[in-house]
Design a protein around this ligand. Sequence first.
Ligand code: COA
Length: 373
Amino acid sequence: MSHAELRVQPGLTPAKASGLEGVVVADTQLSHVDGERGELIIAGSSAETLALAEGARFEQVAARLLALGTGEGVPDLEQRLASARSAAFTRIASLRGALALPDAMDALLAATAQGSAGADAVSVLGALPVYVAAAARTRAAQPLIEPNPGLGHAPDFLSMLGLPAHAARARALDAYWITVSDHGLNASTFTARVVASTGADVMPCVVAGLGALKGPLHGGAPGPVLDMLDATAHVEPRAWLEAEIAAGRRIMGMGHRIYRVRDPRAFVFERALARLEHEDARGSTVALRLAHARHVEQVAEALLSERHPERPLRANVEFYTALLLEALGIPRDTFSAVFAIGRAAGWLAHVAEQRRTGKLIRPASRYVGSAPQ
Ligand code: COA
């Protein structure tokens, strides 16, 4: 067979370097991203409505997602997650090695693999904040704090981190987790679905999702966004941003595969931050940081539009995630892991939906290597 024959395999679409852009690989009832209009629908409602509604709790949205994914009602999720957090804490002593890993995502990945093998979806979802908080406290050489089953997922997580968990802060974290709970077929959700499509059980699907989320092009940007805000706090942002681009680096928190307008999740976080500004004792610090972030965003947007007039590169979810999680006092090396706690609701719903409605995901590749002699 000649090399030319090997390269032209009938029936295969050339992959190009597309990153699967625009390729549909699943039908889903869970969420929809409209990148042109800047709209995000989660479980049939706009993300903004869900996240900013009075009394909105992460557990309610997780229950809706899981119900859609499994095709069955998910009663008492709040209580079941509280029990799962308590159960996870009883296993913590056996996870010391995993929790002591220096990187927050590595620690979460290892603790989930070791501590949640064979567990069902609710047990894994409930265990994640316990592992994240225990790893953060371990890194800070602080004693671990037990979960309190009388609290909701958000205030209990803040409390396990040793942070104030009053209503305004819990509400902001609930708004954050609801907003990031699902987002179409992003890289980590796709990864989780691929693993689910092989018939694997829940834990490996979540561990695979965590692996995909770790990268800076996906969930790893918010820490570097804060580094950028710190670095530009006392200098003109434009010169700093130009130097970053000249050094071959990307501006973190800017650009998106799907959105051609500003990421609607950035608006939700701005609103949640504005609420915190009024209700929290640290409100004035939050306000100053927010004003600086808006300025950096405008300068970055202008600079990127000069360089890429063909491709709008606007603020994405990670830009204001950084500010919101910072305002809650969450350590910046923990941001991606906190993102994972919320996104896991979507992963688990997609895993259930994939099992119920999908088949093995096994795309093709196009061989461009050399032919055997
Ligand atoms: N800063 C500088 N340039 C950027 C950029 C950014 N944040 N985002 C995209 N670009 C440029 C690329 O360098 C590329 O330019 P080139 O064609 O001259 O090489 C062009 O825009 C297209 O980028 P590409 O990587 O093909 O687009 P994508 O759809 O795959 O990228 C992201 C989407 C999110 C990966 C990308 O915008 C990015 O890396 N953003 C920064 C990281 C980030 O915030 N991640 C969180 C995402 S929610």
